[in-house]
Ligand binder design. Structure first.
Ligand SMILES: [Zn+2]
Length: 243
């Protein structure tokens, strides 16, 4: 498995003979093998998770498929491309929270199982099962505690976050992409800490840190026990090979 950090919450996951691209909004997408399936995921419509430029990939990659959360306004995009003579209709799957979808990957006969969780912000998180392995991209599903919020808000947030984490209990993940957001200040580590306590995962890729890579260093300084698991993302375009 090879993982490329594209920018913010955007990652390209390169597994055997397939590509999964998550939450692209900025940065360069690496060149890929056009014969392999490429599945492009959008967790929700916020501008830092969804860039309509992803649909340009359909011009270059014949085996592309899009999986987008229901809140993402894709209908008019599909129409726009239709006018250019590009049919996206069969290439887009719209998903809602708490559902299972089986997608036969274009260009091959393998099935990708897509399970959605309910975000604590907007849209969904994605749990993928492909060739006996599992991967998870949180989107904006995180423990969004804020010092300035009411106790009731933060208590409610905890309930909602742990309800979703429960769904991952007992699962072994190859890779998880998780928010680590320095704007939360003293509460920035809570989501990732709880995740690592509850879920078995080989490699964790921090994201949504707004270009402030130091938050990853800070996390690992507090938690040296996760040095092996948490990948120190250091720049856009960085690729990590994990055998
Ligand atoms: Zn976001």
């Amino acid at each position: 498995m090879k993982v490329t950090y594209i920018g913010h919450s955007g990652f390209l996951l390169d597994v055997s003979n397939a590509y999964f691209l998550f939450d692209y909004y900025e940065g360069d997408i690496p060149e890929m093998n056009r014969e392999y399936p490429l599945v492009v995921f959008v967790s929700h419509k916020h501008a830092d998770h969804y860039n309509p430029a992803i649909f340009e990939l359909a011009k270059k990659y014949p085996n592309v498929h899009y999986v987008v959360s229901r809140d993402v306004p894709v209908k008019w995009k599909i129409q726009e491309y239709m006018q250019q003579g590009i049919s996206l209709e069969d290439k887009v799957s719209v998903v809602r929270k708490n559902t299972d979808t089986e997608l036969v990957l274009p260009g091959q006969k393998e099935t990708l199982k897509i399970t959605t969780l309910k975000s604590t912000d907007e849209g969904v998180a994605y749990l993928l099962a492909y060739r006996e392995k599992k991967y998870y991209h949180a989107g904006d599903l995180n423990l969004w505690l804020w010092a300035g919020e009411s106790k009731q808000y933060n208590d409610n947030m905890r309930i909602k976050y742990f309800r979703e984490l429960e769904k991952l209990r007992g699962i072994q993940l190859e890779a998880a992409f998780l928010p680590l957001d320095p704007r939360q200040e003293q509460d920035a580590f809570g989501g990732m800490e709880s995740f690592l306590e509850h879920v078995r995962v080989r490699k964790v890729f921090p994201m949504h840190f707004w270009g402030d890579y130091s938050v990853i260093e800070d996390f690992l300084r507090k938690h040296p026990e996760y040095e092996e698991q948490v990948v120190k993302v250091g720049k856009m375009g960085q690729a990590v090979d994990i055998s």
